[in-house]
Design a protein around this ligand. Sequence first.
Ligand code: ZN
Length: 326
Amino acid sequence: MKNKVPFFNLKEEILKKIKKSGGWANTHAHFDRSFTITPKTFKLYNSLLKDKWLLVDEIKRKSSVSNIYDRMAQSIELMLSQGVSVVGTFIDVDDVVEDRAIKAADKVREKYKKDIKIKYINQVLKGVLEPKARQWFNVGAEFVDILGGLPGKDKGREAEHIDVILDTAKKMNKMVHIHVDQLNTAMEKETELLVQKTIQHKMQGKVVGVHGISIAAHPKAYREKLYKSMVKNGVMMVSCPIAWIDNARTDELAPTHNAITPVDEMVPAGVTVSLGTDNIRDLYLPLSDGEMWPELRLIIGACRYTDVDQLVKIATVNGRKVLGIK
Ligand SMILES: [Zn+2]
């Protein structure tokens, strides 16, 4: 439709600035499982997160290197079509998919090396504490650029889970990206734990949390104290707005908020926040198209956040920092 009435076209303004700043940075994804949704698995959309960690086993077991390559390549093409210049994607490495995603990822990087900078991060859907899980974690850690974590998978032993990852990352001189506070409940304090562990392992400036939804379920004084400790210790946060805005209703009482990383509080407090699409059209997020603008738009809307320059940074330079790209 052609515009007859001149107006402040926020989208156009922001897209222009993003281009000028070197293009989009998509800092969180799971490209190895993109486009795997089927009519049967769509019915499982409302399953609990901890159940989804197992429900994807069937897809992983059946996936060949070439299946995974195709999904990843299609995801990269989707990124390129939007002007994404750097991307960080998790890949599964465990006893179900074994090293097939590693093999596919290697080929994808080779094929697209001139077009886009890709950083790989290992997903640990089986945790890191059981012996078999640890073996595959070690295999993944060798291959990837950044070590990935999922403390919720080792429920009750979250601190040990983070210890294993930070210990290994320190030895390998790699950054870490850890899924934290995903369930939108004040029962979770994983970002707080991540900051404590960052201090303990002296990993300041190398640690990134992913999601941080539950932070907004805590009282203001808790949130402000947490942001201060994140800034002091260089703990950064990836926001994937569409990923958790569909958070299921509960009767738990909490300060009213939208189920999104509290970007409007974190950025003014000094926390480095970046943007990610998370899963694309799979069992976790059947509705997510992997498009960057709707993700950024949702930060503006769900956080009522209007600082255009900071929004551009979230979409570009902050992402490069979070992925360790100079
Ligand atoms: Zn994730």
